[in-house]
Write a protein that binds this ligand. Structure first.
Ligand SMILES: C[C@](O)(C(=O)O)[C@H](CC(=O)O)C(=O)O
Ligand SMILES: [Mg+2]
Length: 307
């Protein structure tokens, strides 16, 4: 009820343990706070909080227009709704090294378990588009070093994302991954890897956990969790999938309403009221009410029907 009873530090420790377990950690993108308990109930190991989704929900393209305030707020809203670890997209860190430090503090206070910082120039773009640019190595290293130095909880996971593969190829991605690991990154997010062999090459290049981004309509084929685990990937994200599924269904059913004037025929495909109330733990609130409003003072019942 209200919020998870698992503390941010407990989630951070769970994230690190999962990444070290040798079992692929599966992190679908929670596109709303309500989708976080669904991810948990279906048995996934964590929830990803996508920057592209936050931008899209605001009707913005994924080019770094969301503010740290908006991102931290969403990180808090989603993290409070699940016992699972949450990994958030911190884009390029909202500016230079000092801005990165501030972003780490705000996201840490929001209760996320980990964050990733990318080496794109500002304004950034989706990592699966062409025409990206990355900052020089020393600038990318500076961002990670600033983040590692700024965190107050040493269990907060600082993940370095590099977009350089799409700019300068796989060898450059291996070199940059090593440098970012040396700068203190706890994990590496090699963006837009094209094949399983490329993931295997990054796996061989670094000792820290690596992430696979299984986003649709991008540069990577949609490998299965088993395929990714077999080449040593430690965590797979499906960042925008839930938003895409939801918006696809919404567009289809709204079309039916526009055409027929009723959604009667769509009800069977909808989430039921009962299921919604399960997800937001409605019963716990009723129990809380009863406990509070039927509080008994000797000789007198306060609130409820008698208060
Ligand atoms: C992972 C990502 O950074 C995100 O914001 O979710 C995006 C996802 C996408 O655009 O499909 C990305 O740059 O890959
Ligand atoms: Mg992003």
């Amino acid at each position: 009820m209200l919020s998870t009873s698992v503390t941010p530090n407990e989630k951070r420790k769970a994230l690190r343990a999962g990444l070290a377990s040798g079992t692929l950690q599966r992190f679908p993108g929670a596109f709303t706070p309500l989708s976080a308990p669904l991810i948990q109930q279906l048995g996934f190991e964590g929830a990803y909080i996508s920057g592209a989704v936050m931008a899209a929900e605001l009707g913005l393209p994924d080019i770094g227009l969301t503010t740290l305030t908006e991102v931290a707020q969403r990180g808090r809203e989603i993290s409070r709704m699940t016992d699972l670890p949450t990994l958030i997209d911190a884009d390029t860190g909202f500016g230079e090294a000092m801005n990165v430090a501030r972003a780490v503090h705000e996201l840490e206070d929001a209760g996320v378990s980990g964050l990733h910082l990318e080496d794109q120039v500002n304004p950034k773009r989706c990592g699966h588009l062409d025409g990206k640019e990355v900052v020089p190595l020393d600038h990318a290293v500076q961002r990670i070093a600033a983040a590692v130095a700024a965190r107050r909880d040493s269990d907060l996971l600082i993940m370095a994302r590099t977009d350089i593969r799409g700019v300068a190829g796989l060898e450059a991605a291996k070199d940059r991954a090593k440098a970012l690991e040396a700068a203190g990154a706890d994990a590496i997010f090699p963006e837009a890897m094209a094949t399983l062999e490329e993931f295997a090459a990054i796996r061989e290049a670094v000792d820290v956990p690596i992430l696979a981004n299984m986003t649709e309509f991008g540069k990577s084929a949609l490998f299965t969790h088993q395929q990714l685990q077999d080449v040593g990937v430690n965590i797979a994200i499906h960042p925008v999938s839930l938003l895409r599924i939801a918006m696809g269904a919404i567009e289809r059913e709204l079309g039916v309403l526009a055409e027929t004037g009723t959604l009667e025929g769509a009800v069977e495909r909808m989430q039921t009221r009962a299921r919604l109330y399960e997800l937001n733990d409605y019963a716990a609130y009723s129990a809380f009410d009863e406990g509070v409003f039927d509080f008994e003072v000797p000789g007198r019942l306060i609130g409820g029907a008698h208060g």
